[in-house]
Write a protein that binds this ligand. Structure first.
Ligand code: DGY
Length: 321
């Protein structure tokens, strides 16, 4: 019996994070970064007091019910927890935590990158240069949509949404938002609050999605809501693919209703809807919102802080179930 609590770590983590885990716990690491199936999770966690997974592992009600008795907590290496059935976790008495705050800057950077990349056709341009297809320059060559001074609508003015707003002000954008609750004036910092999503959509020349994927937000950006956007709008998603209806978005990109979309997250990652790849007005990234060295280490440390609290019988700071 090891004297330190056993933690099943489902993916390869930054060295600094694994070193710290070794000091506080008896981690079962995954040096080959193999993607575990539900059966693997159940089998490998036998005897572990906790699991430290990423959003790539799914804790459905079925998996939660099958977890060994020893498992008391799931300390996620992610802010999003849509891969966990929180109701099932609560019912089983399983503690679930996430890693908020520490990835807001990195994710906001990617939202701004997508905004610029999609509007200024950076993906097409890069492809042209790389493939030696660039032949000429002319006044009508690769003309895109200007970002500076445009109205940015933000769905979900939480931590990431607020950082995106701050960064976008540097591009002289006018910030509008829709959120469950109106922010205090100092957090709003001049941003215009909309009481309904439709009202926000009507003014959003750029729309950036920052709400979590929940049963209520699934398919939120459907054909009717996309139709509410101004013609030629640009849609940005760094939250979760589930918030967007793929058929509706692809149709709007094809018809010219939307000028472009910048997407870092998709339904069914990494097996995304193949139509996104052939649609020229998409700027696509492989879910790298939090992928900076600084942020990934900070996420690991936050997950370990939560695990240490749970192991010591304290309330973890980032408990979501
Ligand atoms: C998050 O933390 O939710 C990011 O999407 C990476 O998992």
């Amino acid at each position: 019996m090891p004297d330190k609590p056993i933690v099943l770590v489902t993916r390869k983590l930054p060295d600094e994070v694994e070193d710290r885990l070794q000091r506080s716990f008896a981690p079962i690491l995954n040096p080959d970064d193999k993607l575990y199936s539900a059966d693997d999770l159940v089998r490998l966690s036998d005897g572990a007091f906790a699991i430290l997974p990423c959003h790539t592992e799914h804790f459905s009600a079925d998996v939660v019910a099958r977890l060994p008795e020893s498992v008391k907590a799931v300390a996620n290496f992610s802010v999003g927890v849509d891969h966990c059935d929180l109701a099932a976790a609560r019912e089983r008495g399983l503690i679930v935590t996430n890693t908020p705050d520490v990835l807001s800057d990195a994710t906001a950077e990617i939202a701004i990158l997508l905004m610029l990349g999609a509007a200024r056709r950076a993906g097409e341009g890069e492809q042209l240069v790389r493939s030696a297809g660039w032949r000429d320059w002319s006044p009508k060559f690769m003309v895109g949509t200007q970002v500076t001074g445009k109205r940015l609508g933000i769905i979900g003015m939480g931590r990431v949404g607020q950082v995106v707003a701050r960064r976008a002000r540097g591009l002289d954008m006018e910030i509008h938002y829709y959120n469950r609750n109106r922010l205090a004036a100092e957090l709003e910092d001049g941003a215009v609050f909309h009481e309904t999503l439709e009202s926000l959509l009507n003014v959003s020349q750029f729309l950036s999605i920052h709400c979590p994927a929940t049963p209520e937000s699934r398919g939120l950006m459907n054909a009717d809501r996309i139709a509410e956007l101004p013609d030629g709008a640009v849609l940005i998603n760094t939250a979760r693919g589930a918030v967007v209806d793929d058929d509706a978005l692809i149709e709007a990109l094809g018809s010219g209703k939307l000028a472009a979309a910048g997407l870092d997250v998709f339904n069914n990652e990494p097996g995304i809807d193949p139509r996104y790849r052939t649609q020229p007005n998409t700027f696509l990234l492989p879910h790298i919102g939090s992928a900076t060295t600084e942020t990934r280490i900070a996420m690991g440390n936050r997950a370990i802080d939560n695990l240490e609290a749970i192991a010591a019988g304290r309330e973890p700071a980032d408990r979501v179930a």
